[in-house]
Write a new protein. Structure first.
Lengths: 339, 682
């Protein structure tokens, strides 16, 4: 049946309806979920985009005309008009299960981290996810053709010669910020990062980090210890013990790993901390002079520390979530637990 | 990398802590100990060697040296034959011709005769086995053992199988094939380095020796190779041939070229001990450059970096001396030179790291930084995200975060032009090779996957705030998208009006809507410029079971029309609520829920909730109770009674439930109702 026939038949049926109830039946026949107009729209799903647009407009016009005719006819049955049409459609105000909604757990954690660090005078900065090799690697003292680059398996965009990639950490934003601003400074960059890796309960190719940077004339390792201790104590709502041990990242020297004494077993050793009593929480270090130079700072005049933490991991610890994939699966049975 | 406690003990004078204690010391001052296997002398410590230390620490001597510096013990070098004389090009027995000096800047070799190839002695077999290596024969085993000891990979050739008594180091010819010691054939390319004699290829340099000059039971004369190969060349070759060995792993990370001759001296000593033989002269073709790397710094600078603790000049000098630095100190001013095998020490910060890690990070007390300017920059976009997320979740929307990759339905179904799409060179999955140019496609998929959990047909609402990517002047943008999905028809204007009301709350002026690109949609405009779309796109969806209402808005464009203060004000208001973070996630049960209905007549004054409670309690009485939820779906007043109906939801945490199990519970519940109350089951 073509559009013109449908329209004519509909007008005919509407004219002949003898009661509100009969009118409802007519309405459903043409404009209901299984109605003929709906069928026509569904039939378009295999058409080209141009077809869809062209036909869609025509079908929509007819749909509106039929609706108008129904509304007019309703007046004959005692001006139910508005009320009837409202009952036909489920009142949208009540869509969704009992008004509950939820913010994503990663946002809850990010906001908490931002709050704590803003109170410690860090500013929150954003930057692009689609980055260049220069900002993601070169400016951070990560050379080409080097085993250390393997630490960051990268998603490259076509053409590879253009050297665009999805950022593997949020540190490039720190370089961009330093290029545009003078020290002293304290910033954090929360954001989505990407690494070409196999996905499992603890790893995903798309995950989230918060990286921080503090630069001034005489920032020291002791200052870093103070800041990181304070942060973890606030975040976990209790006094925590942290320790630094040697680590390596091309953009810091000295570089360190930050461990926190396991809050579940108090350092005795349990299944959560692999029986060591310590949990690896962040990578950090004193900013490498080459990085300062890339950013246009004089390394003899400034010092600073940088640190990075996994947001997903912190969220998993805080909420006792056992699988990182849940964050991007968006199963409502997971999401609603955070409302 | 695995290290033998016994081998470390051999290299250290003084009392070594027990394996577990030693592992802890190393974790705090050198490398993370990932585990200790075995006990006492047989213990093996697995260390995560930092990428910049592989040069000096891929051998027991490097680790032993660190231990000595940390614990104040003395390093004991392994025994060696120290009087081997090395010629610069050739000896009576053989000559070395290095054709490519860039790819091989040092080639050292020693000739030995009258060796007896035999099975290795027990101590050697055991030590190799503890570290995961198989025993082959005494010569090959010693070469491996010395590599584990020093970090320098070695190779042994059967001298009599080398034609022309000449070792040539040169690039391969295209298509050249070599059979390796592993019996595999490798086809080489022009940029790969080989060890050859005048007629044949004898080995892939730094990676694998060839069968041609293999050491076997009859070998009497040998040439031991100890060389330095260009790391990038080894890395490329290894990748192309998909061949990685203990040797290539080390060469890739740059074995210091000062190791070559000393490793030969140790090897010659061990071979003589174990396999007999005479050591003759060696050849050392050395084209490597010594780099003069004096580094200056002051004690003051060390104190400044540490920020606290009072390390003294003496301590600094001791630490660096134990690490074999050359040290000159004068009233707090230091001039030092790192040992030739420390390729990672180039600037004073590298030296400071050595000092502080051996001294101990634990000795640094935390110190609050002095901050002059405490102003924190406002990030309006971030504040807005906080505000909108709260508003939407309060209105029943669930926030999602979806992956940024999309497939070709972005062109086929949504009609997005391919040349505006960013495509990945190495997608994680070939079905999703593009970056999303808008949020809706993946958000709608998420909505469609979730609607099956809408057992009561209430419908669901979702939103996402995320970045999109297009090959346009502006590559990357932030967008907000919303989706409503439900079985019943959705009021066309609901979402549009909802968004317009949000705009009103944000005091956006000059808002208008016009016909959208797809029929049934509207464009949202501010000051005549489009910054979003909203509507139903019936024509695009294969799934006709549900109605979908959608919207997507360009956030940066929207923010340009919102006064900062409006956002900051709303954010502050919200902030007063505070964050609820004491949530504990309950693992989602993956087994399906089964619904059964129960309808009852009760007296007019009966409270539906009390009926619900009764049913719950009745279910709990059973040993196997699977009732997880009860939903009132009908309540109808009749003149003399109340008719109510519930959906009962059953689910097990362990398996899919059988009908019989649920029947049992229904029977029990009915029995309880009949016997305990005056309610009538319909």
């Amino acid at each position: 049946m073509d559009l013109k026939d449908i329209k004519n038949n509909a007008f005919e049926d509407i004219k002949n309806a003898k009661s509100q109830q009969e009118l409802e039946v007519v309405f459903r026949k043409y404009l209901g979920r299984k109605g003929s107009v709906r069928d026509l729209l569904q039939a378009l799903k295999t058409s080209s985009l141009e077809e869809k647009k062209e036909q869609g407009i025509k079908i929509n016009e007819v749909k509106q005309e039929i609706e108008k005719k129904v509304k007019e006819k309703e007046k004959e049955f005692g001006g139910l008009g508005e009320k009837a049409s409202k009952s036909r459609k489920n009142s949208s105000q009540n869509y969704g299960t009992k008004q509950e909604g939820a913010i994503h757990p990663l946002r809850l954690i990010e906001e908490e981290i931002n709050r704590i660090l803003q109170e410690m005078h860090f500013s929150v900065i954003d930057g692009p996810s689609l980055e260049t090799e220069h900002y993601n690697f070169d400016a951070l003292n990560i050379p080409d053709e080097h085993p250390s680059k393997d630490l960051w398996d990268t998603f490259w965009l076509r053409p590879k010669s253009a050297k665009y990639l999805l950022r593997t950490h949020t540190s490039p934003v720190q370089i961009r910020y330093m290029e545009q601003n003078q020290p002293p400074l304290q910033i954090i960059v929360p954001g989505t990062v990407f690494r070409y890796e196999a996905t499992d309960a603890s790893h995903h190719f798309q995950f989230h980090q918060v990286e921080g940077l503090m630069v001034s004339e005489d920032i020291s390792i002791a200052n870093f210890k103070f800041v990181i201790n304070k942060f973890f104590s606030e975040f976990f709502n209790q006094k925590v013990t942290t320790r630094l041990r040697p680590g390596f990242f091309p953009f810091v020297e000295p570089g360190f790993e930050v461990d926190m004494q396991c809050i579940l077993c108090g350092g005795e050793g349990c299944s959560s901390c692999g029986r060591t009593g310590w949990l690896e929480m962040a990578g950090a270090g004193m900013v490498h002079p080459n990085v300062f130079e890339s950013a246009g700072y004089n390394p003899d005049k400034v010092t600073g520390f940088a640190f990075g933490m996994g947001l997903d991991r912190l969220a998993m610890m805080k909420f006792k979530i056992n699988d990182v994939r849940l964050f991007l699966e968006n199963d409502i049975r997971f999401l609603r637990q955070f409302s | 990398m695995k290290f033998s406690y016994a081998m470390l003990k051999d290299l250290i004078q003084g009392d070594l802590p027990a394996p577990h204690k030693l592992a802890d010391v190393l974790s705090l001052h050198s490398y993370e100990a990932e585990g200790v296997i075995g006990e006492g002398e047989d213990a093996v410590i697995d260390l995560d060697i930092l990428p910049n230390r592989a040069s000096d620490s891929a051998g027991h001597i490097g680790i032993a040296r660190d231990i000595c510096a940390i614990l104040g013990l003395r390093l004991k070098q392994p025994e060696k034959i120290s009087d081997i004389s090395f010629e610069s090009k050739k000896t009576e027995e053989f000559k070395v011709n290095v054709k490519d000096k860039k790819l091989c800047d040092r080639y050292s070799a020693v000739f030995m005769e009258d060796v007896k190839v035999a099975p290795s002695p027990d101590w050697l077999v055991k030590r190799l086995s503890l570290l995961g290596l198989n025993s082959i024969n005494n010569l090959v085993d010693i070469a491996n053992y010395v590599m584990l000891l020093t970090g320098q990979p070695l190779h042994i050739f059967d001298y009599d199988k080398i034609e022309g008594q000449e070792i040539i180091v040169k690039k391969a010819s295209k298509g050249e094939i070599i059979t390796g010691l592993d019996d595999n054939e490798y086809e080489l390319e022009k940029d790969m380095l080989t060890i050859a004699d005048k007629n044949n290829c004898l080995g892939i340099a730094g990676i694998k020796g060839g069968k041609m000059a293999e050491v076997d039971g009859g070998t009497k004369k040998i040439i031991i190779e100890s060389a330095h190969f260009d790391p990038s060349c080894i890395r490329r070759t290894s990748k192309k041939l998909k061949l990685q060995t203990d040797a290539s792993w080390r060469f890739e990370r740059n074995v210091p070229n000062c190791f070559t001759t000393s490793a030969l001296e140790v090897t010659a000593f061990l071979i003589k001990e174990v396999a007999g033989g005479q050591v003759k002269k060696g050849v050392d073709v050395n084209n490597s450059k010594e780099h003069d790397s004096k580094i200056s710094f002051s004690l003051d600078e060390v104190h400044k970096t540490l920020g606290s603790g009072d390390i003294t000049e003496k301590q600094v000098a001791e630490i660096l001396g134990a690490l074999e630095f050359w040290v000159k100190e004068n009233e707090g001013a230091f001039e030092v030179m790192p040992p030739a095998f420390r390729l990672d020490i180039n600037i004073k910060q590298d030296v400071v790291e050595e000092i502080v890690r051996v001294y101990g990070y634990d000795k640094i007390e935390p110190k609050e930084p002095e901050i002059q300017d405490k102003t924190v920059k406002q990030n309006i976009k971030n504040e807005w995200k906080k505000v909108v997320a709260k508003k939407l979740s309060d209105k029943g929307f669930f926030e999602t975060k979806n992956i940024v990759f999309v497939g070709d339905d972005i062109q086929k179904v949504w009609g997005y032009e391919k040349d505006k799409l960013w495509e990945l060179e190495n997608p994680i999955n070939h079905t999703i090779p593009f970056l999303r140019p808008f949020l809706l496609p993946n958000l709608i998929k998420t909505a469609q996957e979730n609607i099956k959990y809408d057992t009561e047909d209430y419908g669901m609402k979702f939103f996402e705030i995320g970045n999109i990517f297009r090959k346009e002047k502006v590559q990357e943008r932030t967008c907000l998208s919303l989706v409503i999905i439900q079985k019943q028809e959705i009021d066309e204007d609901y979402l549009k009006n909802f968004i317009l009301s949000l705009f009103e709350e944000w005091e956006v002026v000059d808002v208008s809507t016009t016909e959208g690109y797809f029929p049934g949609t509207h464009a949202l405009n501010v000051s005549g410029k489009e910054l979003g779309i909203v509507g139903n796109i019936d024509t695009l969806f294969a799934d006709s079971k549900y109605d979908i209402s959608m919207a997507e808005i360009n956030v940066e464009a929207l923010l340009s029309h919102i006064d900062e203060h409006v956002i900051l004000g709303q954010s502050e208001e919200q902030g007063k609520g505070g964050q609820k973070l004491d949530i504990v996630y309950e693992e989602i049960v993956k087994y399906p829920i089964v619904k059964r209905d129960i309808s009852l007549f009760v007296s007019l004054d009966t409270d539906a909730d009390s009926v619900k409670k009764f049913i719950f309690d009745a279910a709990k009485q059973m040993q196997n109770n699977f009732l997880v939820d009860i939903d009132l779906f009908d309540e109808y007043k009749q003149p003399d009674k109340l008719s109510i109906a519930f959906h009962l939801h059953f689910q097990s945490r362990e398996k899919t439930l059988e009908s019989e199990e649920i029947d049992k519970q229904m029977v029990h519940i009915s029995d309880q109702i009949t016997s305990q109350t005056d309610w009538k089951i319909r």
